[in-house]
Every structure is written in structure tokens, then in C-alpha cells.
Write a protein that binds this ligand. Structure first.
Ligand SMILES: Cc1ncc(COP(=O)(O)O)c(C=O)c1O
Length: 444
């Protein structure tokens, strides 16, 4: 992909998006230019993914798009993804516009503008616009899908695993009272290999023949493992089981289009790996499956046949939504494949150096396709909350390295390390040195 082409097509599409959104007339030319993705970002390196991922000068320029504290090296980028400066400036500009135009804008133009945003997101994720509806994040999207799924009868079963996100597990648990179903939770094997995970899902489905609904998480927020979603969803479908996919962490970290998941119901975030302002995501329902999800109980505005009737958020942060096209444009300008390759390179950089360290257990395998940016580790025998919190505190306070403790993995708690596009090798060396000290491993 040639960046010149990408920039100009992104420019065109952003300008089209802004024009469609009726925003350009509100902006000075300078402000409009700031709304463009990343001016001055040099041509993306070409060649094999490995060469692109390791191109120091290109990624130094990408790093330059971010303004982030130097008080700590932040490897807790799984919580959300900070905005680049061009996106942040666009967010400020849109906030100013909203505050200035007030309800005059909201009443007259926001509806059409939001439609342009929805169309931009649909095109980027490879869906038809009728298949997506914007939400405030993956939580809202997934709770509407899990709670709204209306194909369950009393006595049916629903299935999920230990690696799924806590509040989605709770939503699945709530189906017991709401729909009268049996709820089954099972443990994903550790270490998780692709085949071991496929076998575990096959066994769980086999052992629970009444299962009609399965929750799957594309990228685990606990370990970073990337589930073979399409294979599992296919396996489930063959047994008459529907799948709801939690893609909160995947789109933007992993390079894919929604059809590749082969799932009919998916919840996405835009404020993690797409780098939009906090408070925006979307749900996807395959066109011919809309009837399987109830309309939002708070909605009578849209027709039953319109996916927007499945979400009724109320008043949202207009500026957040209006900034999404700029974030998506920058994501596309850097390139989903290049981002994925870079994030995997950063993950491999520290994991390959610490794998031999005394007592360190890496929870995510080095298998192709089974990881992105995120990988968790544990020190042998250190499985409690207190053990892991102590290591997080030591890393942060003694080594200025920010990580986060994660619970909920069957074999015990662990520590999650999540680099970002502003991470470089020097940052990772700090993590490696800190882990050498903590584990008492001699290096060099
Ligand atoms: C796997 C997974 N699902 C869902 C969510 C919820 O996302 P949000 O809080 O942005 O709605 C998260 C957030 O970290 C997550 O990691």
C-alpha cells in the first residue's frame, strides 16, 4: 500500500465525511486541516510484515503523534487507547463546535452527521450500514446482544469460559433468571494453544448438548490470547448454537473484517485500538439475524426492521462520535496490517527476552495468530491477588513500569503487559531489566 494514495484517499474520505457531517462550514481552514489524520507521517515502510514492524524511523514518527506522560513507561494500554494528537485536536474542535452551536446543531444536523459516522465505521469493518449501530462502548453493545437474544427457551443451555470478560459473564449468568436457561462455565486450558482451545470448546459443546448460545472473546483481556473465533463459531453453528463475540479488544489490534469471524452478533469498541475518544463502540448484527435480538425496551423511534431500534442510549457526547471518522482514518493511514505487525513485534521483543528468566510463565503461546499486543505472565507459584499486586507495585514504584494485575484465569492471577503504538524498544528494555531484577535473573 502506498501512503500517498492512502493519505489522499483518506483526505478525500475525511473531507467527504466532514462535509457530509456538515462540519467543514463551521471550521476555519486551519481547524479543518487539524481534522485530517496525520499530516507529515512519512510513507509507510514496504516489504514483509517483519521489516515494516521493525522500521525504527517510521515508528518513531508514529510515536511522535502521541503526547503521553514520561513519569512511567505505560504498559497498561489495554484499558483504553489514548488518542493521537490529531485525533485529540479534532475532539477538542468538535467539543468547541458543539458548545458553540448548541442545540441548534444537535436538533438540525446531528442525526445526519451520526449517520455519516455509522456509514464510515461500517465500511471500515466490512459490514453493511444496516448491520451496525453505534453504542457507548463494547459493554453496552454486548449487554444489548446478550440480554436481547430472544431465541432461548427455558431448559436451554448457554456456555462461556473463564477467559471471557467479567461483566459479560455476569450478563450470561443473568440469563438464568431472565430466560430460565442453564448456565455453564468452563476453563480454557493453560497454556492455551490453538488446538488445545479448539479441543476444549469441542468438549464443552459435546458435554452440554442443550447449549443454544455461546459467548466467545476474540482477544482475552486476561491473557491476550486470540481465539480461533471462526472455527469455534462454525463448530457451534453445526450444533445449532448461536455465538455472540466480544471483540472489545480485537478490532484495531488485530487486522480483520467482521465477516471473517463468521459470527452473527458482535460487540466492538472504538476507544481501545482504533484510538477514538472514550465512550464509543458499536454492535454488529448480521442482516438476516436482526429478529433474534429484541429491540431496546426504551426504543419506539425506529422501525423493528432497523438495527438502530436495538440501541437507545439517550444523549451522548456528540464530539466523541463526530471524532470517530478521524480516528478511523488514522487507523487506516497507518494500516491495520502494519499496526498488527508492529504490536506483535513489540510483544515478541519483550517475551523472547524474558522467556528463559527464572520462574517466569508466559500465558500466551508464540503460535502464529494466537496473540497481538497483549501478553500476560506469572511468576511460578505466585497465583494470589496479593502476590501479583505486589509485583505490579514493585514494577511501578521501583522501575517506573506500569502494568496491571488480572484475575479470573483458572490457574491463578497474572500480570498483563500491553504495549501501544507509542512503545519503543527502549521502553521494552526497561521492562525486561525490571523483570530480570525481580526474578533474580542475570542478563548480558
Ligand atoms: C474483553 C473485553 N470485553 C469488554 C470490555 C468492555 O469494554 P468497555 O468497558 O470499553 O465497554 C473490555 C474492556 O476492557 C474487554 O477487555
Amino acid at each position: 500500500m502506498h501512503l500517498t494514495e492512502t493519505i489522499s484517499s483518506d483526505r478525500r474520505s475525511i473531507l467527504k465525511g466532514l462535509a457530509a457531517a456538515g462540519v467543514t462550514s463551521l471550521a476555519t481552514p486551519a481547524m479543518a486541516a487539524e481534522g485530517l489524520a496525520a499530516e507529515g507521517l512519512p510513507a509507510q515502510p514496504t516489504g514483509a510484515a517483519a521489516a515494516i514492524a521493525a522500521d525504527k524511523s517510521y515508528w518513531a514518527d508514529v510515536k511522535g503523534l502521541y503526547a503521553v506522560t514520561s513519569d512511567v513507561v505505560n504498559f497498561e494500554n489495554g484499558y483504553w487507547g489514548i488518542m493521537t494528537e490529531p485525533v485529540r485536536r479534532e475532539f477538542i474542535r468538535q467539543s468547541d463546535m458543539i458548545n458553540y452551536q448548541n442545540t441548534y446543531y444537535a436538533r438540525l444536523r446531528a442525526g445526519a452527521d451520526f449517520e455519516a459516522v455509522r456509514a464510515r465505521v461500517a465500511e471500515a469493518v466490512g459490514a453493511a450500514v444496516e448491520e451496525i449501530a453505534l453504542t457507548r462502548g463494547a459493554t453496552e453493545a454486548l449487554q444489548l446482544l446478550i440480554g436481547g437474544y430472544n431465541r432461548l427457551k427455558p431448559g436451554d443451555g448457554v456456555l462461556y469460559a473463564d477467559l471471557d470478560y467479567d461483566s459479560m459473564q455476569y450478563a450470561m449468568n443473568a440469563l438464568r433468571a431472565r430466560r430460565g436457561v442453564d448456565v455453564v462455565k468452563f476453563d480454557v486450558p493453560e497454556p492455551a494453544t490453538r488446538q488445545a482451545v479448539l479441543d476444549a470448546y469441542a468438549r464443552a459443546i459435546e458435554a452440554n448438548p442443550k447449549t443454544r448460545l455461546l459467548l466467545l472473546t476474540h482477544v482475552s483481556h486476561r491473557t491476550g490470547f486470540v481465539m480461533p473465533i471462526a472455527e469455534i463459531a462454525r463448530m457451534a453453528k453445526a450444533k445449532g448454537i448461536d455465538t455472540i463475540v466480544d471483540a472489545a479488544h480485537s478490532w484495531g489490534q488485530i487486522d480483520f473484517k467482521v465477516s471473517e469471524l463468521e459470527a452473527d452478533f458482535v460487540g466492538f469498541n472504538l476507544h481501545k485500538w482504533i484510538g477514538a475518544p472514550l465512550g464509543v463502540g458499536f454492535l454488529y448484527i448480521r442482516k438476516d439475524r436482526l429478529a433474534a435480538i429484541d429491540r431496546d425496551m426504551g426504543d419506539e423511534d425506529f422501525a423493528e426492521s432497523d438495527i438502530r431500534s436495538r440501541v437507545h442510549t439517550g444523549t451522548v457526547n456528540f464530539a466523541t462520535v463526530l471524532t470517530v471518522p478521524t480516528a478511523v482514518a488514522l487507523h487506516q493511514q497507518i494500516g491495520a496490517a502494519a499496526k498488527q505487525a508492529r504490536l506483535r513485534y513489540l510483544r515478541d521483543y519483550w517475551v523472547s527476552r524474558v522467556r528463559g528468566f527464572k520462574d517466569i510463565e508466559i500465558l500466551t503461546p508464540d503460535e502464529v495468530g494466537s496473540y497481538g499486543a497483549i501478553t500476560s505472565f506469572r511468576l511460578a507459584g505466585k497465583t494470589s491477588k496479593a502476590d501479583n499486586e505486589a509485583i505490579v507495585v514493585k514494577l511501578r514504584d521501583s522501575h517506573k513500569v506500569m502494568t496491571v494485575r488480572r484475575a479470573g484465569v483458572a490457574k491463578g492471577q497474572c500480570i498483563r503487559v500491553t504495549p501501544a503504538l507509542f512503545t519503543d524498544e527502549v521502553d521494552l528494555d526497561r521492562l525486561v531489566e525490571a523483570l530480570a531484577v525481580i526474578t533474580g535473573t542475570k542478563t548480558g
